[in-house]
Design a protein around this ligand. Structure first.
Ligand code: GLY
Length: 373
């Protein structure tokens, strides 16, 4: 039998800019005019039922006024709608409106919108360009940056998706003021996670400036947007596909993602993450990587951000232990956790390996010992 060798080595440049600032709609239009998306004239603006009135309709109208073809695609807000079914519905609506490969998708909204729209962009016509216009602190801190796109399934969050990088990300800090307090806190959980894994200095800043942040003071908002990007991208630029180092961005997420699913999305992502950070800090203490004074500092900061650090009474803790096995870090059937070494550093298990195997009995004990909310 003949063997045909298919030589497909390639060098890819997926570099892009993240622009943080206040009310960036006009910057988006100017960038498109200046060639951000090449010669594309057809735009699909994807948003949810909340952000539609606040930002997405305006951006769609501005695109049309600038001479582009633009259609708005809206789905019902909420993590429980970040599904294959919603993806299919939007794709079918785009097909009906004659969107083909010569289009660009603009995601306008929070993490649910940017995850879903980015996944659509990665598979529509085998891949069309997309732009994220992030309107929440959670999207700015994590979801809209880094190129992870996905939908949830009944089994767990983000199991089906792609690494697919946007052409540009806009972080509209003015939009944070429009968020309900629970959503602000949710975004702060990802921010606190970044401080815990990479920067004692940033942790202290958050502790000192929590009131300024919650009052949306300009310099404080700019600083946290900047630090979130710096910390996340220091990691992502070294390991885009999460082969090793990027696992550290999973801090708090082994328990966090599991409890988010078990709660059937009654907990927002950041609330679930805060409980996960608290549980995993208890695990770090148990394993000797963290002292109880540092654990207390963490719990205090999470509480200052109005985040939960205990497990709601409606959560079935045994179901939560079993749900830990849906985590992507599980290897050969063994649970693996990213563990904090004090505040501002992650423990390295072996050279280049950051997720540490933990016996189920240990994980169960930590979860069973968590206080009740
Ligand atoms: N949210 C974790 C990551 O982007 O890797």
């Amino acid at each position: 039998m003949n063997i045909f060798h298919v030589e497909l080595k390639k060098t890819v440049d997926n570099s892009y800019d993240i622009e943080a600032g206040f009310s960036l709609e006009q910057n988006l239009i100017s960038d498109i005019r200046s060639g951000l998306t090449g010669n594309i004239h057809k735009f699909a603006v994807i948003t949810d039922s909340i952000v539609k009135d606040l930002y997405a309709e305006k951006i769609t109208a501005m695109l049309k006024n600038a001479g582009y073809s633009a259609d708005l695609f809206v789905f019902e807000a909420g993590e429980k709608n970040k599904t294959r079914r919603t993806k299919e519905a939007i794709e079918d609506a785009m097909l009906a409106k004659e969107f083909r490969r010569d289009c660009c998708i603009i995601a306008v909204g929070g993490g649910v919108v940017t995850d879903l729209a980015g996944f659509i962009a990665g598979t529509y016509g085998r891949g069309v360009p997309f732009i994220n216009y992030a309107t929440t602190l959670l999207a700015a801190a994590d979801a809209s940056v880094g190129g992870k796109t996905a939908v949830d399934t009944p089994l767990a969050t983000n199991l089906i998706g792609l690494f697919y990088q946007p052409k540009k990300v806009y972080l509209d800090l003015a939009a944070w003021k429009t968020l309900p307090p629970r959503q602000v806190s949710s975004g702060l959980a990802e921010t606190i996670k970044h401080a815990c894994l990479a920067s004692r200095e940033f942790f202290d800043y958050l502790d000192t400036h929590m009131d300024d942040i919650q009052a949306f003071e300009k310099t404080a908002c700019e600083h946290i947007a900047q630090e979130n990007c710096r910390i996340k991208y220091t990691v992502v630029m070294q390991d885009e596909r999460e082969n090793s180092l990027r696992e550290i961005l999973n801090l708090g997420h082994t328990v966090g993602r599991a409890i988010e699913t078990v709660s059937e999305y009654r907990l927002l992502h950041g609330e679930a993450l805060a409980i996960g950070l608290a549980a995993e800090a208890a695990l770090a203490c148990h394993l000797g990587y963290m002292g109880s004074a540092e654990q207390d500092e963490m719990l205090c900061l999470l509480k200052k951000a109005h985040l939960p650090v205990a497990i709601p009474s409606y959560i079935d803790r045994e179901a939560l232990v079993q749900k830990l096995y849906t985590d992507k870090k599980v290897k050969n059937g063994k649970l693996r956790f990213v563990i904090q070494q004090g505040i501002g550093k992650i423990a390295e298990y072996e050279k280049g390996v950051y997720a540490i195997p933990v016996e189920e009995a240990t994980a169960r004990r930590i979860i069973m010992d968590m206080p009740v909310l």
